[in-house]
Each structure stands twice: as structure tokens, then as C-alpha cells.
Design a protein around this ligand. Structure first.
Ligand code: ATP
Length: 273
């Protein structure tokens, strides 16, 4: 199961071309590609290469995609794990897994370590609602901090972590030498949505009436993940109707479906909204 968690042999093929919109974030994160490809350029001048950056933004906006694209552009292995994997773990398992991950990463450096949902382990310590219940999470967080401090800045490991709750993060994570960079990733505006549609329309056989601009105009509030979902759903709907190509009406049906799903999810997760 370890191999499945960290699959470094699985070289990433995703590049910045697969990430639509997010121009500012891409610009900022390009620097990290440069650190990975050419560390000497920085270290020979006495610069300390940052160890990590936090990608901050709502779900489905492309944080994971962007982290993978960094690995793809730099041509380095991508190790990933999710903070939520560590919740409800047996004592010592989370911390051991973090140590194990860093050991593997050091062997394969230069590389990227990606920690999704870092807030699940990285919440402010010592404020658990149930005393004792959060001990293992805190152990895991502590071992992450120890590991981050324990490698040299020129070791070729860069840690990217994603969260949509920067407000709950333990401030220790954001100290210099840890995640001292923040890159914010917002939901796309109409221009961004059009660009994301264009990426996800590429593999689809489209009828002449399909207009990415119109699709972008009809999907305010959608994140990239939902746009990808709409495109695939539209193709499924068209196929179910034995069509030769996917028409605008199929996209409209798909949008209704995705909106319906979102409304349900919002009701379940946050009744106050
Ligand atoms: P979460 O916080 O829920 O993990 P995330 O921000 O990491 O979400 P991703 O997992 O990167 O989001 O996005 C899910 C999918 O949505 C991607 O694999 C991709 O297909 C699509 N997607 C999201 N954002 C973009 C984008 N900017 N350009 C192209 N595709 C996107």
C-alpha cells in the first residue's frame, strides 16, 4: 500500500498547458520549477531555496493539478499524500508514514512532495475539542515539522501543500524555512472558465453549436473540477442519445445536473449556507 501512496516511478506527464487560467499562480510557481531544475543558480549566490509553498484556494480549483504540473515541467517525481489519510490513524502510524515519505523523497530528489488537505493534520495544536483525540494528528504534524527542518534547502525536495482553510493552520507551519510562500488560487472568472472549458472540450467531438464562451457565461461560480465534470457529463448524455457529436443542449443538461449535485452537496455539508 505504500507504493500506492507514494508512486514516484509514476512520472507526471501534466504540464502548465493542462492548467488553464491561474496565470498569476503559474507565474509564481514557475520559480519552483527553476529551483528544481537548476538549484546551483540560486545556491551559488548564497540564496536559500524555499522548502515549501502553500497553495490556498477552494476545492476543485486546480491545486493538485498545478502541483503535478510543477513536477511535470521540472521532470521530477511526484510524491503525494492527503492530510485526511492521517485522521483516525493508530498511534505512531501517521508520524512513521511522514518519516517514510521523506526518506523515499530524499532518495529520489530532486522531487516534489504534495500534501493535499494539509489542514487535516496542520490545525493549530493543543485546541482539540476532545482531549486526547487529536494526539495522533499532533504527532503527525510534529513529525512533519521535524522532517521539514531536517533537510537542507539545497536537497532538492520542495513541498507543496494545499488547503482551503489557511485560517486554521498552525502558525508553526508558516514559519520561515517551512511553508513560507503562499500562492492563492481562486475560482475562475468568466475568462478563466472559458480557458478551462477549452482544455476539457479538446477530447470531445463537438457539434458546431457549442460555444466555449457561452458555456463560460452560463457557469458562474463553477470551479475547474465542475467544468471538467460538465464536459464529461455532456459527452455521456450525447452518447446515451446515440448522437454523432455533443451539442449545446447536452451541455445545458449536464450543467443542470452538476448544479443539482452542488446544491445537494452544499445542503449536506453546510446547512447554514
Ligand atoms: P481539492 O481541493 O478538492 O483537492 P484541487 O484544487 O486540488 O481540489 P484538482 O484536483 O486539481 O483541484 O482539480 C480537479 C480536476 O478539475 C482536475 O484534475 C482537472 O481536470 C480539473 N481542473 C481544475 N482546475 C483546472 C484548471 N485550472 N484547468 C484545467 N482543469 C482544471
Amino acid at each position: 500500500s505504500r507504493a500506492a501512496l507514494f508512486d514516484p516511478e509514476n512520472r507526471v506527464k501534466i504540464t502548465f498547458n493542462d492548467v488553464a487560467g491561474l496565470d498569476e499562480a503559474k507565474e509564481e510557481i514557475k520559480e519552483i520549477v527553476d529551483y528544481l531544475k537548476n538549484p546551483a543558480k540560486f545556491t551559488k549566490l548564497g540564496a536559500k531555496i524555499p522548502k515549501g509553498a502553500l497553495l490556498i484556494g477552494p476545492p476543485g480549483t486546480g491545486k493538485t493539478l498545478l502541483a503535478k504540473a510543477v513536477a511535470g515541467e521540472a521532470g521530477v517525481p511526484f510524491f503525494s499524500l492527503s492530510g485526511s489519510d492521517f485522521v483516525e490513524m493508530f498511534v505512531g502510524v501517521g508520524a512513521a508514514r511522514v518519516r517514510d515519505l521523506f526518506k523515499q523523497a530524499k532518495e529520489k530528489a530532486p522531487c516534489i512532495i504534495f500534501i493535499d488537505e494539509i489542514d487535516a493534520v496542520g490545525r493549530t495544536r493543543g485546541r482539540g475539542s476532545m482531549p486526547g483525540a487529536n494526539d495522533e494528528r499532533e504527532n503527525t504534524l510534529n513529525s512533519l515539522l521535524v522532517e521539514m527542518d531536517g533537510f537542507a534547502t539545497d536537497s532538492g525536495i520542495i513541498i507543496l501543500a494545499a488547503t482551503n482553510r489557511p485560517d486554521v493552520l498552525d502558525s508553526a507551519l508558516q514559519r520561515p524555512g517551512r511553508f513560507d510562500r503562499q500562492i492563492s488560487i481562486d475560482k475562475p472568472d468568466i475568462i478563466g472558465r472559458e480557458a478551462i472549458f477549452k482544455v476539457h472540450l479538446k477530447p470531445i467531438k463537438l457539434a458546431p453549436d457549442v460555444d466555449p464562451r457561452e458555456l463560460a457565461a452560463q457557469t458562474p461560480g463553477f470551479a475547474g473540477a465542475e467544468i471538467a465534470n460538465v464536459c464529461n457529463e455532456a459527452a455521456l448524455i450525447a452518447a446515451r442519445h446515440d448522437k454523432e457529436s455533443v451539442e449545446m443542449i447536452d451541455f445545458q443538461d449536464a450543467m443542470d445536473r452538476v448544479i443539482g449535485g452542488l446544491e445537494k452537496k452544499n445542503k449536506l455539508i453546510s446547512p447554514e449556507e
